[in-house]
Ligand binder design. Sequence first.
Ligand code: IPD
Ligand code: CA
Ligand code: CA
Length: 254
Amino acid sequence: MILENILQVAKEAGKIMIEASNPKVMEKSGHANFCTETDEKIQAFLIDKLSKICPEASFLGEEDGQDVFTAKMSKGLCFVIDPIDGTSNFIYAYRPSVVSIALLKDGRPYLGIVYNPFDEMLFTAEAGRGAYLNKERIMSSDAPLAESLAVFGTAPYYEELRDRTFDAVKKLMPLCVDVRRSGSAAWDLCSVACGKCSLYFEMKIQLWDYAAAALIASEAGCKVTDIEGKSLSYSGASSVVCTARGIQEIPEIF
Ligand code: IPD
Ligand code: CA
Ligand code: CA
């Protein structure tokens, strides 16, 4: 029931994204780090609606100074939200952009919802109950890397990670069919979850980028770790590697 209510909220948030026209763009610190008035509007909308569904939950969100994970958030229920994952895509009408909502229970992912309103693709997962795309069960690909696409991310404002990232991509490219970069980490993880590609990596993403989609990917049979192969912390920024069922070991690219 709670999942159904959250799904409705995610869909309404997606409607706000689709209907936005010419939103004001603000710059945050670092190279090409943007926020729009639509990001802020959707975040305020999500906090308003989700706090009515779960009044006891705390909130971590990308915008409006709600972005520091505190000890309180690792107890009880905590919504982790990214109102628009893929803000640069949104600004330039280069798809996709998604709404990402995770619910943590005692610091572990419990529900994950990623909604791409432009293609009406709604990914959902409940811990231990599988992952779904538009209510149909999904599983990651069982093809080997050599027969799969791979996807990676790297934010323009983490300049110190650029060389390491592209060195890894250079090693990855001959091991797979081809590499892709979407501009939305949540979308990348969901793309591995539903079998479009078999490997995703990024050297640093924030909890709101990965919390929902990492649960979706795990529930679709993916292995999701940091680049050292350790479990994700779900308490802040992390590197992330996600591999589909056909990949036994993380290739030596890092
Ligand atoms: C970004 C996207 C991008 C990733 C960045 C994120 P935003 O989120 O997920 O793919 O490379 O690290 O910050 O700013 O569009 O919400
Ligand atoms: Ca994001
Ligand atoms: Ca965002």
